[in-house]
Design a binder for this molecule. Sequence first.
Ligand code: ATP
Ligand code: MG
Length: 382
Amino acid sequence: MEKVILIRFSEIHLKGKNKGYFLKLLYTNIKTALKDFKKDITPIQNRIVVSNYILDEEDNIINEIKKVFGVYSISVAQVLDSNENAIVNYFKTIEVLGSFKVDCNRADKTFPIHSNEMAKRLGAIILENNKNAVVDVHNPETIFHVDIRENGQTYIFDKIIYSYGGMPLGEHRDGLLLLSGGIDSPVAGFQMAKRGLRQDVLHFDSFPYTSPQAREKVISLAKKIKTYIGCKYMYIVSMSNLQEQFHLHCKEEYAITLLRRAMIKVSNILCEKYGYKTIITGESLGQVASQTIESITVTNSVAQYPIMRPLISFNKDEIIKIANEIDTFETSILPYEDCCTVFLPQNPVIKPKIVIAEKEEQRIDLENLINIAINNITIIEL
Ligand code: ATP
Ligand code: MG
């Protein structure tokens, strides 16, 4: 008898003709996630099985599998040949103290005993061998799952570990995540990755107004979310010249609005150059002046690619909960300045207007400044 890790997947079932493509992606992503472990990975119908691993590494392996999007749930299972005697003999060895039920899933329709009948037989065997066991079909303390698969193997387990579900990360890095040093943007990247969007990251700093530590903090955030979002490159673009010009020549209350439009213009150029198809931000409606509907409208109007804002309806406490789960929160709250906090206006405009933003931009040589910023880009391989 062998112990294996059984992996079930989520929405891939719904993908019809494309199911094979998504399964292959999931398989590849699990293989990558487990590259440092000794193991075999075998796809079977509607499941993936990890076997021949070192038992001491089981928890670590499960932790890595949990981070792979598209995985719905995981169980450590005993595997047997799908043979009535073998299954019955195994159930004779099970020790049960409290309430239980047996749940049988006969995916292999050639297995001669129907699932309800099989569950009853196995339940009776447990009762025979365990004085203190009682059947409770509604609210049992333990459920013994008997999963009779099409490959002639039966997987028996009593625990299901639920994962994030969603869609496997795609092969191509289609998304450009605007990563600040704050709490929200790493979570935004995570949320989009859950939908299968592989991303690289773009950070704006304002050196020398922002410190090298601020930059290091964002690099470490990018490394923390790498497992989830699959990023390979981090782009760092300095906004200091632009911000100085805005500060000297433009309406003070529009400083953040103009900076955000410039960020999107830089993003447009990188999308065009490197083939990203969408821009992701951590904006949440109403969180700050730059995230009102009017501010979003004025920023959006310069975007040449769809901007995805997965946190738009999230409350801060909901965002923090996820930040803790993906282990970015403690890094995000380190007290280094962000370019948005440099030249911060006293009263940022809450309801900016596109025409005014455009007029303010004409006061400086915006296009040229953006080109200079991009020509001085730093690209880090993560
Ligand atoms: P966060 O916690 O992610 O920093 P925030 O609440 O500070 O968000 P803003 O400063 O208005 O909000 O930024 C909104 C979004 O714009 C961020 O979530 C991020 O996607 C992007 N952004 C802001 N500043 C930067 C930056 N310096 N570099 C890259 N992207 C940024
Ligand atoms: Mg921020």
